[in-house]
Every structure is written in C-alpha cells, then in structure tokens.
Design a protein around this ligand. Structure first.
Ligand code: 13P
Length: 249
C-alpha cells in the first residue's frame, strides 16, 4: 500500500494564476520527494496545475467533484472523462462540503464512485460524522453507512481507491480528532472494507485523516495505526505550509 499520502484540497481557492504561483513556490520548498502528494485545485485551475507540475511525477492532480453522466445538458458540471482528459488522475467524492452544503446523498456519492472507476479516475472517498452525530454516539453508524453506500456495486477490477475520514466538526475549525478518535474511526473503516472487499484488497486502500491538519499535528496523526496519510484544506493553500506538512510526513 502507498502510505504517507499527503493530499491538499484547495476547495474554492486559487484560480489559474494563483495556481502557477503556488507551484513556483512549492517545488523549491519541497526537498523530500518521498511522500505521495496529491493536489486538488479547482477544476478551472487544473490545466494550469498540469503545466506547472511538469517533470515532478511525485505530485499528482485531482478534480474536486464530478457528475456521473458522461456528457450532456448539465450546466456547470464536469464528467469523469473530461477530468481525465484535463490531466486529473484522482477525484474527491463525498466531501463533507458536497454532502452538507450541496445536499449530496449517499446514492449520489455511489454513482460518482462508479463513474470515476468507469473512466479510470481514482476516487478518494470521504466520510465523516457531524458534531451532532458524534454527540449522539453515532460515529460508527454514520461512517459505516457512508462507506457501505459508496462501495456498493464497485467492480471486482476496481482495486485502486483511497478513503478519507474527515469528521465534519474538525474541518476548518482548528479542532483535530485525537489520535485515539482517529484510530478508532480508521479501524472501523478498515474492518468494513475487509468485510466488503476481503482482506487482501482492503489492506491496499490508504485511509487518510482530514480536519485541521497542519505541520504541528501531522506527525502524531500519521503515527496512528491505519492512518495512511492526510487530507489538508486550509494549510494546503500556502506553498510553504503545505511543503512543511510533506516534510514532517
Ligand atoms: P481543513 O484542513 O481546512 O480543516 O479542511 C479539511 C478538508 O476539508 C480537506 O478536504
């Protein structure tokens, strides 16, 4: 399994010129090319990112969202095949902002996962509970439901994908799950995957933690069993802070 995956989700930040500037600053800051780095710029900045990271195969690019239809009258959406032809290798699916700001359902997440596999895009599937669900002791129930729905019907041949556990209350708040909370959620996700996919396949899937990750807390999180990488929001926007996270990993 690839471990120590360092992924940056820029959300709705950095247009094409800010993207070029990020990479100009990022590569000189990055002295440790070991970890696998994934960057998810806004779709409109993908081509600028492809150009800017030429010759640096340790950095792969992804799109933040896709629609499941291959083409058609879906104003504002991007198909999986279009993302591939723009240079994306990965796609975020089921991010909490898609679920909670845009009302994406478990079924829609599943359709997007299938569409990604259909076009050879590698999905990074996000799950996580809200604060209310955590306070109601429903963490296990929520993440198990989300992962089961997302993996429902995936083809036998679909071997390559990643998961991210991103508790909604930890996103953009400065609050991070404790290593013990992260370990418990990641352990559950590994167990459910083992049940669905079998041990050999499940052990190959990196599970990333996301939610207020920065260069000070990344090492402790990566020490937790079944935490195989991190998905970073705010701290991935600045080239030197994201490089510092990659270095700490
Ligand atoms: P923050 O790192 O800003 O909390 O965001 C996490 C996230 O949502 C990454 O997808």
């Amino acid at each position: 399994m690839i471990s120590n995956v360092i992924a940056g989700n820029w959300k709705m930040n950095h247009g094409p010129s800010a993207t070029r500037k990020f990479f100009e600053d990022f590569f000189p800051d990055l002295s440790f090319p070991e970890p696998r780095i994934l960057i998810f710029p806004p779709a409109i900045s993908l081509l600028a990112a492809v150009e800017a990271r030429k010759g640096r195969p340790e950095v792969a690019l992804g799109i933040q969202n896709i629609y499941w239809e291959p083409k058609g009258a879906y104003t504002g959406e991007h198909a999986a095949g279009m993302a591939v032809s723009a240079g994306a290798e990965y796609v975020l699916v089921g991010h909490s902002e898609r679920r909670h700001v845009f009302g994406e359902t478990d079924e829609q997440v599943q359709q997007k996962v299938l569409a990604a596999f259909g076009e050879g895009l590698i999905p990074l599937i996000c799950v996580g509970e809200t604060l209310e669900e955590r306070q109601d002791n429903r963490v296990d129930e929520v993440i198990v439901r989300q992962i089961r729905a997302a993996l429902n019907g995936i083809p036998e041949t679909a071997t390559q994908f990643l998961l991210a556990y991103e508790p909604v209350w930890a996103i953009g708040t400065g609050e991070t799950a404790t290593p013990s909370d992260a370990g418990s959620a990641h352990g559950i996700l590994r167990d459910v995957m083992t049940e669905i996919l079998g041990g050999d396949r499940a052990s190959e899937v990196p599970i990333l933690y996301g939610g207020s990750v920065n260069s000070s807390n990344v090492s402790d999180l990566l020490d937790v069993p079944n935490v195989n990488g991190v998905l970073v929001g705010n701290a991935s926007l600045d080239a030197s802070s994201f490089a510092a996270i990659a270095e700490s990993a």
